[in-house]
Design a binder for this molecule. Structure first.
Ligand code: SAH
Length: 278
């Protein structure tokens, strides 16, 4: 990403490479591990509530879920139900926090939900929030696995998921780990499966948050990374109804690249057909 970026103190970086070199280093495992320890450390000090995981903007929960539900509905209709799919739908909620997205949305659409969250007191809260007696769904809808690991260390079981939902956590990953996470996670998708990435977007370049060690990337920055992951955007939507002063939020549905079109050599018929002279 060539565009300039800033950090939360207003400092300017020439480009993302300069920022990442300073923050995670180049082939420097201890520097990189500090970045992740500080990121998780920030969240370890946050209370396990909706307000906590939403950075003090609990009022965003409702429009967020509404926007996500519309987006998910259109995708499920196009990609699974119309295609005769459906059946036992399985989703992975990445950086799930206290299970807010699962509890308010995913549990109603999916039969099995796995949650991945590196902060143990959030995951403990998620276990309680998603206990069957605290849910308003039938027993065909349940949270199954609770993984206390960060995204950069996670490899899913092969072809387990219809959808991998990644909301408000990918900013914690360096570009390198972003790309290797999505590459690994592709093998966790069932045929026809897809990712939903819902994230804050910077107007240009990137913004480094020095407090929680995360980076808000621009739409262009994301697109360059998707390319490197071998993912294409099947659908994209802007989140509406958030208070002014917050970052814009986009929802991307991403799927592994379609196989490259194979152009067959000309058939005999084509070869013999007289050409049209214009
Ligand atoms: N997606 C949830 C939580 C958002 S808060 C929601 O929308 O409600 C951001 C979450 O990212 C926190 O739960 C935090 O612990 C998690 N997180 C931080 N670093 C992470 C990492 N490296 N991998 C996965 N999740 C991470």
């Amino acid at each position: 990403m060539d565009a300039v970026g800033t950090d939360s103190d207003g400092r300017e970086f020439k480009n993302a490479e300069e920022m990442w070199r300073e923050e995670v280093g180049v082939a420097d495992p201890s520097k990189k591990s500090n970045w992740y320890t500080e990121g998780v450390g920030y969240w370890q000090g946050v209370e396990a509530t909706v307000d906590g995981v939403l950075g003090g903007y609990g009022q965003v929960n409702e429009p967020d879920i509404k926007g996500s539900e519309e987006f998910l509905n259109s995708l499920l209709a196009e990609r699974f139900l119309d295609a005769g799919g459906g059946g036992n739908l399985v989703v992975l909620d990445c950086g799930s926090g206290i299970g807010r997205v699962t509890k308010n949305l995913l549990i109603r659409y999916f039969n099995e939900i796995d949650l991945l969250e590196p902060v143990s007191h959030f995951l403990d809260a998620a276990r309680i929030n998603l206990a069957p007696e605290n849910l308003m769904v039938t027993e065909e809808h349940k949270a199954v696995n609770f993984y206390c690991v960060p995204l950069q260390e996670f490899t899913p079981d092969a072809q387990r998921y219809d959808v991998v939902w990644v909301q408000w956590c990918i900013g914690h990953l360096s570009d390198e780990d972003f790309i290797s996470f999505f590459k690994r996670a592709k093998s966790g998708l069932k045929p026809g499966g897809f990712f939903v990435l819902k994230e804050n977007v910077a107007r240009q370049g990137f913004v480094l948050d020095k407090q929680d060690k995360s980076v808000t990337r621009s739409d262009l920055y994301f697109r360059q990374l998707f390319n490197q992951c071998g993912l294409h955007i099947c659908k994209m939507k802007d989140q509406k109804g958030f208070p002014n002063g917050l970052f814009a939020v986009k929802m991307y549905a991403l799927a592994p690249e379609l196989p490259k079109k194979v152009y067959k050599s000309k058939s005999k018929r084509q070869v013999n057909r007289p050409g049209i002279i214009k």
